[in-house]
Ligand binder design. Structure first.
Ligand code: S3P
Length: 164
């Protein structure tokens, strides 16, 4: 059994696409951010504020591990690829990992004014350098990628299903 994991930068549509993909495959959908929020009992910004990013990453990693080899679609947080252990898990045979790739311009169009994501709350140069620093990590963690710039969700679902 293989878990289908969606990875990609903030704003790439992991949750929207993941929910629709799971529905069309008639399997459960899990969002790692929701799991962390439920487990800790605080919002993502509160967790970052009170306990710091490292704690957030440790819970995120435990949750990813618990989802290994499960019949479900998982939408991950954009920073899940920061830990080497997560990258190894995601590219192992226990997961089928899809990178939802998009340009920085598209991210800006989608979430420029979003203040709910702690690592996005910074000036444009820093946002861009975070984006650039992660591209190779998404590549390293995924089995294949789909470009989501301007593609309708239904077409993306069909494209992803062709690889599964
Ligand atoms: C993060 C992305 C967020 C959330 C947290 C950290 C990141 O998830 O996990 O704010 O480091 O990119 P989304 O990618 O779903 O926004």
């Amino acid at each position: 059994m293989t878990t289908i994991a969606l990875i990609g930068f903030m704003g790439s549509g992991k949750t929207t696409i993941g929910q629709r993909l799971a529905r069309s495959m008639e399997i459960p959908f899990v969002d790692t951010d929701d799991e962390i929020v439920n487990r800790v009992g605080m919002s993502v910004p509160e967790i970052f504020d009170h306990f710091g990013e490292q704690y957030f990453r440790s819970v995120e990693s435990e949750i990813l591990k618990s989802l290994s080899k499960k019949k479900c679609v998982v939408a991950t947080g954009g920073g899940i690829i920061k830990l080497d252990t997560n990258r190894q898990m995601l590219r192992s045979d226990d997961f089928l990992t899809v990178w939802l790739d998009l340009t920085f311009d598209t991210v800006m169009k989608r979430i420029a004014n979003d203040e709910s994501r702690p690592l996005w709350n910074q000036d444009v140069e820093k946002r861009m350098s975070l984006f650039n620093s992660r591209q190779a990590l998404y590549d390293d963690s995924s089995h294949f990628s789909v470009n989501v710039d301007g593609q309708p969700v239904e077409e993306l679902i069909e494209e992803i299903k062709r690889y599964i």
